[in-house]
Design a protein. Structure first.
Ligand code: UT7
Length: 320
């Protein structure tokens, strides 16, 4: 994983907009987030740093990586994709790369895609990276969205194995009912950039918090319960829930629905806020030492689109 050093605290935000630590903690569960302040660096930089750390930690030669799938909602450019720049910056000379555009569900969409390449046997080593300079698309005059998001990146390495581990099952869903509640209003082919769109702050995240919250709570919990049910998994069989970190209340509702003890829920939202496609791999990285081979993990996410889903993952190794 890689997060920038600069921290934006709730007290900092209370000097920028009409908010306070108590409101943000009670409504979102976020204490601080990391911000990439360097104007010359963006999501590709964050992703490349995470991958360099991953290669070093796993002793992997950069030349061995066949494919990088980058999940991001804050690409360096509208086009080309961010993945190829990540490869270049991380020194992955043999890999090809593309981006997956599924917002906060980006990591689980990319992970399930990557597992298909591995299962097909066509690519031997695939990296999935969530890389997000969210601060580039946050409106720091909008108190309803600016406390939520933070910058960061994290990456995982998938390899082929004969053992019964890895992505065991998944449920992915999407529904464009979400467009009206959560989007960047302008900058796409429907509403290209203009003086007016810039003046109206339409190149930032627009979110109607309450409807998104209602959809998120039910849908993330539904698919998490469904994947357990259809695979005969009981709460005792699950080592950890690895939820997208959008709001502590959404995470708690999902865990309750799965009847999971709070000790089995990975939560680091208080430190990083919502880093969109990076939240789930950031959790995996921070909990890695506690994971054992064969542990059943349920990954769950909900985000813009709407997109949402859950993944049943059997952890592949004992951490050193
Ligand atoms: O990851 C992608 C998916 N996104 C999500 O899952 C986010 C889902 N939504 C949420 O998590 C919540 O809706 C929020 C955390 C964004 C907002 O919490 P809420 O409990 O839904 O608050 P609200 O939007 O209903 O606002 C309640 C009040 C309003 O004031 P009035 O109208 O009651 O007078 C807001 O203006 O709180 C006010 N408010 C704030 N007050 C202090 C909104 N933002 C702030 C703020 N500080 N930062």
């Amino acid at each position: 994983m890689y997060v920038p050093e600069d921290r934006l605290t709730n007290d900092d935000l209370s000097k920028m907009v009409d908010t306070n630590d108590e409101w943000i903690m009670s409504h979102m569960g976020i204490k601080e987030r990391r911000i990439l302040k360097d104007k010359d660096k963006a999501s590709a930089f964050l992703g490349a740093q995470a991958i360099k750390n991953l290669l070093e930690k796993t002793g992997t030669n950069p030349d061995e990586i066949d494919l990088v799938i980058c999940a991001t909602v804050a690409p360096d450019y509208f086009f080309p994709a961010t993945g190829p720049q990540i490869c270049e910056q991380a020194g992955l000379t043999n890999a090809y790369a593309f981006d997956v555009h599924a917002a906060c569900s980006g990591f689980i969409y990319a992970l399930t895609t990557a597992s298909k390449f591995i299962k097909a046997g066509t690519e031997k080593k695939v990296i999935v990276v969530g890389a997000e300079k969210m601060s580039s698309i946050v409106d720091y005059t909008d108190r309803t969205t600016c406390p939520i998001f933070g910058d960061g990146a994290a990456a995982v390495l998938l390899e082929a194995t004969e053992e019964n581990v890895g992505v065991m099952d998944y449920i992915l869903r999407s529904d464009a009912v979400g467009v009206k509640h959560l989007r960047m209003k302008a900058g796409g082919s429907l509403r290209p950039a203009s003086v007016e769109t810039v003046q109206n702050h339409e190149h930032f995240i627009y979110q109607e918090g309450q409807p998104v919250f209602k959809y998120a709570v039910t849908r993330m919990a539904d698919v998490s319960a469904e994947i357990m049910e259809r695979n005969g998994l009981k709460a005792d069989d699950v080592a950890y829930l690895v939820p997208h970190q959008a709001n502590l209340r959404i995470i708690d509702a999902t865990a309750r629905r799965m009847e999971l003890d709070p000790s089995k829920v990975m939560i680091n939202i208080q430190k990083y806020g919502n880093t969109t496609a990076a939240t789930i791999p950031l959790c995996l990285c921070e909990w890695e030492k506690q994971l054992k081979k064969g542990d059943n993990l349920i990954l769950a996410a909900f985000g813009a689109g709407f997109t949402w889903g859950s993944v049943w993952l059997k952890w592949g190794y004992d951490s050193k």
